[in-house]
Design a protein around this ligand. Structure first.
Ligand code: ADE
Ligand code: ZN
Length: 349
């Protein structure tokens, strides 16, 4: 449709996408074949022997909210997400993973992006930092030269691992710091408040990294966690919030976020599983109407019905009734709250 053309063509910045969440089933099959690794959808699930079996397995765990509650659905997502890591071993695998994302993003007119990666999910399987980072770097360079898409990485710590492990990984990543613009916090939030990681985040802030943290939607203690993300780290809080949709229900949180002029990365497709369309539209709209710099992103496209940034923009448009002007505001928000150099920001829209 003509109105979709506007959404497709507008130059975009993507700020919330887990590179491991972009591992499509096709690519996973290819890497598994190449490396001769065992393929399963979840850790103790049956071994899968073809791309068709992989697709069928994914379809069978796909959200059927009538069968799974929020917690079950979340746990199943993380099980399948981390099982996907098993396919990644060599430098070429990491190159292929990143290149596959950059190609999808470029086809939707993403001009700059800040993908997340979860190093602990790789080092814990014995993958070297150089396999991971050299593969990413090669793809990043090639994407800039051939696809006209620039990027910088956000290294996330897994919040269900220890703060000590985060610190160890922070130190080990220093040889690659020219590739990394920011530090994030992701994985399962249950009983893992943001302030547990205050020390390593304060150190990263002191070393010049930008900071962001996930506040997943409708978890236990979400409003408390959002408040910590806004204010705790070294007294200043983080620079952006990932998700944080629950702030829409709390005027004092909205005011705090506005006062600090923080960006929020919203991933509409991720929330479909545990809410109604009407409620989701209202929540996104409330943040937008309050004047918060929200941005639209894809999160884990390979685990979300293959829905990438364009689909998330279109979903937001339909949920919230956004006009082309609003879409332009959203695209500009992402430029403004990105951590790109000014010269890059100036040349996007
Ligand atoms: N890691 C990958 N996707 C995630 C999500 N939606 N929430 C928290 N951690 C994640
Ligand atoms: Zn995420």
């Amino acid at each position: 449709a003509a109105d979709d053309k506007f959404v497709l063509e507008i130059p975009k910045v993507e700020l919330h996408v887990h590179i491991e969440g972009t591992l499509t089933l096709n690519l996973r099959w290819k890497l598994t074949q190449r490396n001769g690794t065992i393929l399963r959808l979840v850790p103790n699930g049956p071994e899968l022997h073809s791309l068709e079996e992989l697709h069928a397995a994914m379809d069978s765990i796909m959200p059927d909210s009538s069968r799974m509650n929020n917690d079950e659905e979340r746990d199943m997502f993380f099980e399948s997400y981390f099982e996907g890591f098993q396919a990644l071993k060599t430098e070429e695998d990491y190159y292929d993973l990143a290149m596959n994302y950059f190609e999808h993003a470029a086809s939707m007119n993403v001009r700059y992006c800040e993908p997340f990666f979860d190093p602990q999910g790789h080092t814990s399987r014995g993958v070297s930092w150089s396999n991971m980072m050299d593969g990413f770097r090669k793809a990043q360079k090639e994407a800039e030269e051939k696809l006209n898409i620039k990027s910088s990485w956000i290294m996330c710590f897994l919040r269900d691992h220890s703060p000590e492990s985060a610190t160890e990984h922070y130190k080990a990543a220093q040889p690659y710091r020219d590739m990394i613009v920011g530090i994030g916090l992701d994985s399962c939030e249950e009983d893992r408040r943001p302030s547990l990681f205050e020390e390593v985040f304060a150190q990263a802030r002191g070393d010049g990294f930008k900071l962001t943290m996930h506040c997943d939607v409708d978890q236990k203690n979400t409003p408390k966690h959002i408040r910590q993300v806004v204010s705790v780290v070294a007294g200043e809080g983080t620079d952006r919030i990932d998700h944080g949709l629950n702030a829409s229900d709390d005027r004092s949180l909205i005011d705090l976020i506005l006062k600090r002029d923080m960006g929020m990365t919203i991933c509409p497709w991720s929330y479909l599983r545990h809410t109604t369309y009407a409620k989701l539209g209202q929540r996104i709209r409330a943040l937008y109407d309050a004047g918060i710099k929200i941005t639209i992103n894809s999160d884990d496209p390979a685990f979300m019905d293959d829905c990438w940034i364009l689909h998330n923009f279109l979903l937001a448009k339909h949920l919230c009734g956004f006009s082309d002007r609003d879409i332009t505001v959203l695209a500009r928000n992402a430029i403004n709250v990105s951590w790109a150099e000014q010269s890059v920001k100036d040349n996007i829209l």
